[in-house]
Design a protein around this ligand. Structure first.
Ligand code: PBG
Length: 323
């Protein structure tokens, strides 16, 4: 019983009918906004490759968080730009590190805003790699100690969720053990489980000043050609105790999001990364596409592929458009 009985256009006739049969919804509460925290006071430096995003000092971040909570955005994820970097990433796990201070200040002002922390070392090492470099390569097991100390220090400062993004083997198990031993049995781990070695992190590395000074991240982040391997990464992280998993980047990896959604019942996040943000923003600034529609379409596609929530630099725009 096809045409003329079946007419797919019937349910597309009006905005109201389209709304009634819409399968995927996007709300500000599904979005997590990344913030870049630097030292100083009253500092708000725009990141040239990410217009509308800033390196900001803690006082400014606290004010931002008041408005973010007012907009109904799901939460924030913090990245730190320490005043000094060294070989040992000591700023990553210092009790008075930039992110630890930021967490305390933000939670004091906005106790109900969900604060996620990125657990990684690349913003804190002088060489820009995600861990301890031994003989030209990142040493996995030494790096686990730094990551565990970082995660515990974040929880101690009041982080609601810790999110390891380094792609070392065994980091979820190590962090879970460390958190539990320190009494943080209730702090969930959101694992960047399937994180690819991607050119789309380019603008972020300007924002976080974390470009590797030699080599690249291909010995720890995933090869973009692989899908089955992502399922193994996710399965292992879940075995190690991850509470939630993430796929990153998002739009070039919608197939991975869909595969993960079909195989795993765990809450699933996706990260619409800096390069995805910058591409859309640059094209819109050239008048080549409509910014607002590109934001809603790209994020809806990521949700449709299967992500429960999305880390996105467009979180404020979602609130403006759909809040
Ligand atoms: C830290 C980290 C990166 C991103 C999130 N956490 C950079 C990288 O792995 O090089 C990228 C986020 C973005 O591009 O928006 N390891």
């Amino acid at each position: 019983m096809a045409f003329p009985i079946q007419r797919m256009r019937r349910l597309r006739t009006t905005a109201e009918l389209r709304g009634l049969v819409r399968e995927t919804h996007l709300e500000p509460g599904d979005c997590i906004l990344p913030l870049f925290i630097c030292s100083g006071e009253e500092v708000k430096r725009e990141i040239s490759s990410m217009p509308g995003n800033y390196q900001m000092s803690i006082d400014i971040a606290v004010r931002e968080c008041e408005s973010i909570r007012g907009l109904g955005i799901g939460g924030i994820i913090l990245f730190g730009i320490p005043p000094e970097k060294d070989e040992e990433a000591s700023g990553a796990y210092a009790d008075d590190g930039i992110v630890q201070q930021a967490i305390r200040a933000i939670k004091r002002a906005e106790p109900r805003l969900i604060v996620i922390t990125d657990v990684c070392n690349c913003e804190y090492t002088s060489h820009g790699h995600c861990g301890k470099v031994v003989d030209g390569d990142v040493d996995n097991d030494i790096t686990l100690e730094w990551l565990t100390r970082s995660a515990v220090s974040h929880a101690h400062a009041g982080a609601d969720i810790v999110a390891p993004s380094d792609m070392m083997d065994g980091r979820v198990a190590a962090i879970r053990r460390g958190l539990d031993a320190a009494g943080f049995v209730k702090t969930p781990i959101l694992s960047y489980a399937a994180k690819y070695a991607s050119c789309f992190y380019g603008p972020f590395r300007e924002a976080a000043e974390s470009t590797p000074q030699f080599g690249d991240r291909r010995s720890y982040q995933m090869d973009s050609a692989n899908a089955r391997e992502a399922m193994r990464e996710i399965a292992l992280d879940l075995e190690e105790g991850a509470d939630m998993i993430m796929v990153k980047p998002a739009m070039p990896y919608l197939d991975i999001i869909r595969m993960a959604r079909e195989r795993f019942d765990t809450p699933l996040a996706a990260y619409q990364v800096s390069g995805e943000f910058s591409m859309i923003t640059a094209a819109a600034r050239n008048g080549w596409l409509d910014l607002d529609r590109a934001i809603v379409e790209s994020l809806t596609a990521i949700r449709r592929a299967g992500a429960d929530f999305v880390l996105t630099y467009f979180a404020r725009d979602v609130a403006r458009l759909l809040g």
